[in-house]
Design a binder for this molecule. Structure first.
Ligand code: FES
Length: 108
């Protein structure tokens, strides 16, 4: 499937997430220091919306990007979808995202 427009750049502020829907499926966009990431929105532990989680950047130069689930605090790597701590153990799917002009496009 080709990239589809899901939001405008101004809709996802640095340090925040945004839930978007395509054909009844939900995806979470995140802006970490101006870098966009996209994951499936549903936490692999108990179905919370990851777009509502806290975005954390850490590591040397703040290069690492993580979202913390708002329900029980599992953390996921935004670059891989990998679960980084309990209670989640399964990853969430990661999607390619790109910016064209003022539009954010997602490859689902
Ligand atoms: S629903 Fe996300 S950690 Fe439980």
């Amino acid at each position: 499937m080709p990239f589809v427009k899901v939001a405008s750049v101004a809709d996802v502020l640095p340090g925040e997430g945004l839930r978007v829907e395509i054909d009844g499926e939900y995806f979470a966009l995140f802006n970490v220091n101006g870098q966009l990431h996209a994951l499936a929105d549903t936490c692999s532990h108990d179905e919370a919306s990851l777009a509502e989680g806290e975005v954390v950047s850490h590591g040397p130069g703040l290069h690492e990007a993580v979202v913390e689930c708002p329900r029980h605090g599992a953390r996921f790597d935004l670059k891989t979808g990998r679960a980084l701590c309990l209670p989640a153990v399964a990853p969430v799917r990661r999607y390619a995202v790109k910016v064209e002009g003022n539009s954010i496009l997602l490859n689902v």
